[in-house]
Write a new protein. Structure first.
Lengths: 155, 662
């Protein structure tokens, strides 16, 4: 029974594969290279953050074909991308565009870093010993300390 | 019957956890020793019950007992035994049970190995641990009972997601969970310390080994997941910055920061409030990872549950845990007086820089992961935040970390000077710079980013390992003497050097892979060949091969290089019984310089097959680097100070600076 199921499955699979046909690279290598670069920028809509270039999902393949068609039809990169955005929205771009809606996203990391740096600076400033060091160590004392510390570190 | 036993064990575990969460806490507060003493046996009992429940579920899976709903939904009688066992956590309910098992296991480990913990602190830690346990037990019992029966009993199960039927992925979740849940220890210790109002070097010394162990497990878990993605998912990618990956990466980043700030607490008795906060945040991020994966906010191979009630429960629990602990933190943090002072250029300063940058990196990943959800909720706009965003933000933040990782460990505590560093690290810098220059000169088309990556990775490897060698060799010591000295070096120092060098190996592999990978797409008929990375790949034939529960289309490719025939490449496409999903099994041939990677695509119906082949140089250095990092962690974990790890609170030996810290 199981063997029969497997054979049936294999037959179905082969049939499906035949029906799907195959995506073919563009005849012009320069155009194909451009199409492939574009594929890397476009999200496979049913995957998790995979580009259509690196996904083996059906939909990714369909989109690859669409991109190739646009490139073959003479679209520039921007036109091809704009075409996909008009159909699927910004969602289709792996790199979110820089605009009002994504402002916080793009400047967020810098804001966080600056805030963190301010926090650290404040911490260091507050924890600094108060008042100038009125009785600095002599060179001799410093040498002695370095020697002692060096010994300890070896031990 | 056995399933009911498992269900019953879970109920008992809940009752025990409720007792463990309250009685010892009250006892510690009132100084009642008998109540304090309840914590230990309760922790053992809770663990025992979790073990019983877990094995009851495993029994159901191994026996293919389809009267249990979870088994019916994610198992199949034809499935190999390995995947019947791992199927236990290949579904929502079972993975929660695994989570509970590990959580109570950590509790039992504290009870068993924490003999020298002050009894009150131990009681409080175990009580907090049990509170988390109560949350998860309520969750599993009321929303996700793994032992639920169905009637009539189905003849056959629905099968496990084919993508999960893979040895790498089968052991990926347990490691990930050991990491996530391991951070609960740091959390419980942090909350217990806040309740006590005392954080001192001894506290940090108890927390560090648990955090380090959790970090090692999480590193293994993430690496396994990434490796799996490399050979199984799609076409050779290994990290997509997808929310589920990020969910595990955020606790890793925060945990790495925690690992380092706890050193400062242990050695210098300062940065205490920050360390406590990090401990809370690290575990909160682990919980959030669970929330992201389980709530159905995202749909992917990882998201087993799409039931909003469950998401709501986890969200409520998350708010309770994070909100509660942060409130406690706000109330008590001011009591944590900072200890030793330090100058900006010092070991403390370097560790602070590490924390600043790792925290920023973590926050960036957080922002990128949640932004699409937030934007959708606020305005209904949909955007994708993909790899280009993270590459543009995360990498620049991490780059200074990589540079500073070599310098920081050589700086003395309190106050150091950079000019001395320049002296000591001149050699490492020269080697790194030459490596970059040589690559630039020898390999055409090397980008400046690639040069920077190579320089910084060599700098990391040499700069981390060289001081170790120098310390072992010393001045004019004999070889024998040196070997003895190398072994006598503190394990924590060796472990640190290894872990840092491991990061260097990883970055080297990553840089070379991303800069010099070659790729070829072609349609091949039998007998035709293609060239990639100096290899000739020739399609012989494609045949159908039946597997235990799938049928594979297997391509047979001859592989040769410079006229020498090598092992044939055998990529497959598998179609599983009872699932429409087709999985790709890439053929990967490891060579000294990298992997040859061949994927079989679709047939064109006229005898041709789409084939994609890559040469992925240095990719194994990434896996090796990650493994080396973990190895460093394990070496450090074996340090006497961690093992004996038994500072009495009264003894003020910690921080005396006798040994260089990790």
């Amino acid at each position: 029974m199981n063997r029969f199921a497997l054979v049936l499955l294999a037959a179905l699979w082969a049939g499906a594969a035949l029906a799907q046909g195959l995506e073919t690279p563009l005849p012009d290598p320069a155009q194909e290279a451009r199409a492939q670069e574009l594929h890397k920028r476009i999200r496979c809509l049913v995957c998790q953050n995979q580009s259509i270039h690196e996904s083996n999902a059906e939909l990714a393949r369909d989109l690859r074909v669409v991109v190739r068609e646009r490139v073959a039809a003479g679209d520039t990169d921007e036109q091809a991308v704009a075409y996909l955005v008009s159909r699927y929205g910004d969602w289709v771009l792996l790199k979110p565009p820089f605009n009002g809606r994504t402002l916080l996203l793009w400047i967020g990391p810098a804001l966080i870093l600056v805030a963190g740096m301010a926090g650290v600076a404040l911490y260091l400033a507050r924890s600094r010993p108060t008042g100038p060091d009125l009785n600095p160590l002599t060179a001799e004392e410093k040498a002695r300390i370095a020697e002692l510390l060096g010994e300890e570190r070896q031990g | 019957m056995i399933a009911e036993l498992g269900h019953f064990a879970l109920i008992v575990a809940l009752v025990v956890a409720l007792v463990q969460a309250t009685v010892p806490l009250i006892g510690a507060q009132r100084g009642n020793d008998a109540w304090v003493a309840v914590a230990q046996p309760a922790a053992y009992a809770q663990f025992l019950m979790a073990v019983v429940a877990f094995f009851a579920l495993m029994h159901a899976f191994v026996q293919s007992d389809f009267s249990v709903l979870a088994v019916f939904q994610s198992s199949h009688s034809l499935k190999p035994l390995l995947y019947k066992v791992t199927g236990v956590w290949g579904n929502h309910e079972g993975s929660l049970l695994l989570w509970i098992l590990i959580l109570s296991g950590f509790g039992a480990a504290v009870a068993a190995f924490g003999r020298n913990l002050p009894p009150q602190l131990k009681a409080r830690v175990l009580a907090v641990q049990a509170m988390i346990g109560v949350g998860f037990l309520l969750f599993i019992l009321f929303t996700s009972n793994p032992f639920e029966r169905i009637f009539p009993v189905p003849q056959e199960g629905q099968g496990l997601n084919p993508l999960l039927q893979d040895p790498g992925l089968a052991i990926h979740p347990p490691f990930l969970y050991l990491g996530y849940v391991g951070f609960s220890m740091a959390f419980s210790f942090a909350v217990a310390a806040l309740i006590e109002g005392r954080v001192d070097p001894a506290w940090a010394r108890w927390v560090r080994p648990w955090t380090l162990a959790a970090w090692c497990f999480l590193s293994i878990g993430i690496t396994l997941g990434s490796w799996w993605a490399y050979y199984e998912l799609g076409w050779g990618g290994f990290w997509f910055w997808d929310p589920v990956e990020n969910a595990s990466f955020m606790p890793w980043l925060a945990g790495t920061a925690l690992l380092h700030s706890a050193i400062v607490v242990e050695r210098r008795d300062t940065l205490k409030a920050w360390t406590i906060l990090l401990a809370i945040l690290t575990f909160s991020l682990s919980l959030m990872g669970t929330f992201i994966v389980r709530s159905g906010v995202l749909t992917s191979v990882h998201a087993f549950a799409t039931d909003p009630a469950r998401g709501l429960f986890i969200l409520g629990f998350l708010v309770f845990v994070v909100g509660g602990s942060l409130t406690l933190f706000a109330a008590r943090a001011s009591a944590l007086k900072p200890g030793g002072l330090f100058a900006p250029i010092s070991r403390e300063g370097a560790l602070l820089l590490n924390n600043l940058l790792l925290a920023t990196a973590c926050a960036t990943v957080f922002l990128g992961t949640l932004y699409p959800l937030l934007l959708d909720a606020v305005s209904g706009d949909k955007v994708s935040v993909g790899p280009p965003f993270f590459n543009a933000t995360f990498i620049p933040i991490m780059f200074p970390v990589l540079v500073a990782m070599v310098i920081g460990p050589l700086l003395p505590w309190k106050r150091g000077d950079l000019s001395g560093m320049v002296q000591r690290l001149r050699g490492a810098f020269l080697i790194a710079a030459s490596a970059g220059l040589i690559t630039y000169a020898m390999v055409s088309g090397t980008s400046l980013v690639a040069v920077a990556g190579i320089v910084v990775s060599v700098w990391l490897i040499v700069g981390s390992l060289m001081p170790l060698v120098e310390r072992a060799i010393g001045r004019g010591a004999s070889l024998q003497h040196s070997a003895g000295r190398a072994l006598a070096l503190p394990r924590s120092a060796i472990g640190m050097a290894f872990a840092h060098a491991g990061v260097g190996f990883f970055v080297l592999g990553l840089t070379v892979l991303l800069s010099f990978q070659t790729e070829k797409d072609q349609v091949l008929r039998a007998g035709q060949s293609m060239e990639v990375g100096g290899f000739t790949v020739t399609l012989r034939r494609v045949e159908s091969v039946p597997g235990p529960n799938y049928v594979a289309q297997r391509g047979i490719f001859d592989v040769s290089k410079n006229g020498t025939l090598r092992e044939p490449a055998l990529p497959e496409k598998r179609t599983y019984v009872g699932s429409p999903m087709v999985t790709t099994e890439a053929a990967i041939e490891p060579t000294l310089w990298g992997d040859l990677y061949v994927v079989l695509g679709d047939a064109d119906g006229a005898g041709g097959y789409a084939v994609r082949a890559y040469f992925k140089p240095f990719v194994h250095w990434m896996w090796f680097g990650a493994a080396f990092m973990v190895f460093g962690g394990v070496v450090s974990l074996s340090d006497r100070r961690h093992r004996v790890g038994a500072p009495r609170r009264a003894k003020v030996d910690a921080g005396s600076g006798l040994k260089p810290a990790v």
